[in-house]
Design a protein around this ligand. Structure first.
Ligand code: PEP
Ligand code: MG
Length: 588
């Protein structure tokens, strides 16, 4: 029988396919008692999972060098010791042999027992170590799941399926897209997570925060998903399928209209040129950026090079990636952002520690790079070498202070000097800019702008940090509001500060590619936007329909408004500054 579930749209597009459920490990605790004849096999499964978890830790330990080895090594050693603990393993075996628990249930029992002991301790430090137990047990559970889900993994290679899961890591997404998965439905997550950004790059329709999905959808159910409106239709009717077909036809039609804008200028009706750059992370983004007439790459997220792999890419490998990017853009400017790992952009190379209490406020972006100077030096050298092939700028994420930028500038100068001494040809001058995404940087900008060559506003994070609302927390989605007066004030001040100092300012958060915000950003004086290339033509269409000077007249009332309603009211009036026949299309 047909039924419908809702979530939040995270990557546009519709998909029709069979559901493939990936149960999160916590649901995989199988509580059914074990039959006597299965005990031996279950003990073997448990042993294999323990061995796998030990081997993974040992491999991780081996990969660590230098500072990293000192910092992370102790933590890995502690986990290895827990795994080697005879009491733990003997206890597990007893639970299986005598208690007839399955391996996953035995692990859960042991975890609960040990944690209860830790929690009863007086020493707060020891009490906090219960997290180590969770990490270790989690690792063994994951090893068990990997073993039991061989069948599922085969399914992953089947074309025409829609993944239904609680969460998905960015690195897994690429794998899924490559294997013909048509779309993704998650029970948690937000449209601003890195996975969602990547799904848009991969053109993989995605719905997040569809809380009921795992409880109500069965493997192999036919489902129709709408990544724009956040809808999942289970057992679609002929009528639903007709709607899907008509969406497919519309995509083709709309594509033809937008294609006419590929070679058009981006200029407001009153003749002000606006520059639209592309955000990129995959090679396909570069091709699309060129195809839709982007003015260059405004944000190249280098994290992609570090995801999906076990070791840190070296200077040579990074150089080739950056050089190809620069060559691919055929002489147009390219802004390469230094590594922004941390928070939800965890990697598999072991650079990021996964035990921070508040990862979004932790060691991410430039903080991570400055703590591991060798990482940053390798990256800066690779970028500098690529600068010989076309115009390149360096952008630094998560900056909070002038000192951080001074440290990066120092490293950049040293790298340039060393490369020249070693005989490399590099550009005479490389512009260095900061992402303005931490409120401290926005507020202190007047004092630091002179030391920066350009800035890029990262609204995805600026909104999260200004409003103290985790961008990945679906419970808070309604509080994540780019139209909050505090955000608008910071945006207006940042754009004005840059203009006064004669510095270029680009906005490269998701707001830039969302036509609902185009008028607002033009009214605040923004002339450089950077967005996913798939959205560029829509934004060009919207920009070209607006009269900028009329929009600017609305800036004062906009910034004076104190409620969301008041702000929406001004935005409504701004629509009259456009001569577009059709209302602007809404995007996710
Ligand atoms: C941002 O924060 O707006 C941004 C562009 O960076 P990211 O989404 O990669 O954090
Ligand atoms: Mg950011």
């Amino acid at each position: 029988m047909r039924f419908q579930l809702t979530g939040n749209g995270a990557a546009r597009g519709m998909a029709l396919g069979r559901a493939r459920l990936e149960q999160p490990s916590r649901y995989l605790v199988d509580e059914r008692p074990l039959a006597a004849e299965d005990v031996a096999a279950e003990l073997e499964r448990l042993d294999r999972a323990l061995a796998l978890a030990r081997a993974e830790l040992a491999a991780l330990r081996e990969k660590l060098h230098g500072v990293l080895a000192r910092e992370v090594g102790d933590f890995i050693d502690a986990h290895s010791m827990i795994l080697a603990d005879r009491e733990l393993t003997a206890g597990l075996a007893d639970l299986v042999r005598i208690g007839r628990y399955r391996a996953s249930a035995a692990l859960k029992m042991q975890r609960d027992r040990i944690v209860a002991v830790f929690e009863a301790m007086d020493d707060p430090y020891l009490r906090s170590r219960k997290e180590d137990i969770d990490h270790v047990i989690g690792r063994v559970q994951a090893a068990l799941v990997r073993e039991s889900s061989a069948e599922e993994r085969k399914l992953a290679a089947r074309v025409g399926e829609i993944l239904v899961s609680d969460t998905v890591a960015p690195s897994e997404l690429v794998h899924l897209a490559e294997h013909g998965v048509l779309g993704v439905v998650l029970t948690s997550g937000s449209p601003l997570s890195h996975s969602a950004i990547l799904a848009r790059s991969l053109r993989l329709p995605m719905i997040v925060a569809a809380h009921e999905a795992l409880a109500h959808i069965q493997d192999d159910d036919l489902i129709l998903i709408d990544g724009e409106h956040g809808e999942v239709v289970v057992h679609p009717t002929a009528q639903d399928i007709a709607r899907y077909r008509s969406w497919q036809r519309e995509v083709v039609q709309r594509g033809k209209i937008l294609a006419l804008l590929r070679d058009a200028d981006t200029r407001t009706r009153d003749g002000v040129p606006i520059h639209l750059y592309a955000n990129a992370e995959l090679p396909a983004d570069i091709a699309q950026a060129r195809a839709c007439g982007a003015a260059g790459v405004g944000l190249y997220r280098t994290e992609f090079l570090f995801l999906q792999r076990k070791e840190i890419p070296g200077e040579g490998e990074q150089f080739l990636a950056y050089r190809d990017l620069v060559l691919g853009m055929g002489g147009l400017p390219v802004t390469i952002r230094t590594l922004d790992l941390g928070a939800d952009k965890a990697d598999s190379t072991g650079i990021v520690l996964d035990d921070e209490d508040n990862p979004a406020l932790g060691v991410r972006g430039v903080r991570l790079s400055l703590r591991r100077p060798q990482l940053m030096i390798t990256q800066l050298r690779a970028i500098l070498r690529a600068s010989n092939y076309g115009p390149v700028r360096v952008l630094v994420p998560m900056v909070a202070s002038a000192e951080e930028m001074a440290s990066v500038r120092h490293l950049l100068n040293e790298c340039a000097r060393d490369l020249r001494t070693a005989g490399y040809e590099i550009a005479d001058h490389i512009e260095l800019g900061a992402m303005i995404e931490v409120p401290a940087a926005a507020i202190a900008l007047p004092g630091m702008i002179k030391k920066l060559d350009f800035i890029a506003i990262g609204t995805n994070d600026l909104v999260q940090y200004t409003l103290a609302v985790d961008r990945n927390n679906d419970q808070l989605a309604n509080l994540y509001d780019p139209l909050h007066p505090a955000v608008l004030t910071l945006l207006a001040q940042t754009i004005a500060t840059a203009a006064r100092a004669g510095r270029q300012v680009t906005l490269c958060g998701e707001m830039a590619g969302d036509v609902r915000y185009t008028a607002l950003l033009l009214a605040l004086g923004l002339t450089e936007f950077s967005m996913h290339p798939g959205l560029l033509l829509e934004v060009r269409e919207a920009v070209n329909a607006f009269d900028r000077s009329q929009l600017i007249d609305h800036a004062k009332p906009l910034l004076r408004a104190v409620t969301r309603e008041g702000i929406l009211h001004v935005l409504e009036r701004m629509k009259a500054c456009s001569n577009a026949v059709a209302p602007a299309i809404t995007t996710t």
